[in-house]
Design a protein around this ligand. Sequence first.
Ligand SMILES: O=c1[nH]c(=O)c2[nH]c(=O)[nH]c2[nH]1
Length: 308
Amino acid sequence: MAGDLEGFNFEQRHGKDRVRVARVWRTPDGRNSMVEWEVSISLFSDCVDAYTRDDNSGIVATDTMKNTVYVKAKECSEQLSMEQFAILLAKHFTSYYKEVTAAVVKIVEKPWERVYVDGQPHEHGFKLGSEKHTTEVTVKKSGVVKLTSGIAGLSVLKTTKSGFEGFIRDKYTALPETQERMLATEVTASWRYSYDTLSSIPRDHLYFQERYMDVKKVLLNTFFGPPKEGVYSASVQSTLYQMARAVLARFPDISAVQLKMPNIHFLPVNISTKDNPSMVKFNDDVYLPTDEPHGSIQASLSRFWSRM
Ligand SMILES: O=c1[nH]c(=O)c2[nH]c(=O)[nH]c2[nH]1
């Protein structure tokens, strides 16, 4: 809520961050499903008097917000995507409280995956995976919605079919041109769905969970290319663009994609001494893995009428 306050601009919101909840669903035949979510809530409401007049009558206590996460999780007797849960929570806050004009709910899912034992999916066993599913939902009292989903920490690497040539060369440039290098990155992706009202959101409880899996597959397949021949990458920029374009081409209900792809360097190892000038001579075989510094490459791609 932005507004004029004693001649200043004033903006405020309040919420509860990092509310952790796990939910288990059990089917009669013995199959258990579970999720672990970290939920962050932010409410926009007219409670300026709390800041200026010690009047808290417009405040939904953040403790109440935390409790609501558990109550709503309890009420969800059927498994649902975290996007649907975020929408349900945000809808609750904007419809239940006359003071609340808009709610933002973010969720990060801990990547518990069903384990396979002797090639069989385990009924109630899970192990921690790596990349995380994220979502951010904004719901206004009017029913207008902004829905984004994403992936964080998707680490990928290929050992060939990557190069970097033709960049600016000047007196500060040392990097040789190459058609042969490792390409490693940790993808952070977010994409915006085109649904902009509560009533237009698909009702299927797991629709956005399936979308998440499908988007991840498209991103990975585009990064790696076919299993035998792969695909050549002329730069992180080029690969990033191909990945973003593939997502928009494949999913009509996604209107914008943002990708962050740091270039995580694997440096060629060459070691020489006076006595032994080629103790280790790099031949596309021994690398020094690094975390920092790393290249920082990001872009967003959206349909003409849309933005992230
Ligand atoms: O794919 C790359 N993009 C760059 O912008 C860049 N800059 C650099 O030093 N190496 C690379 N690689």
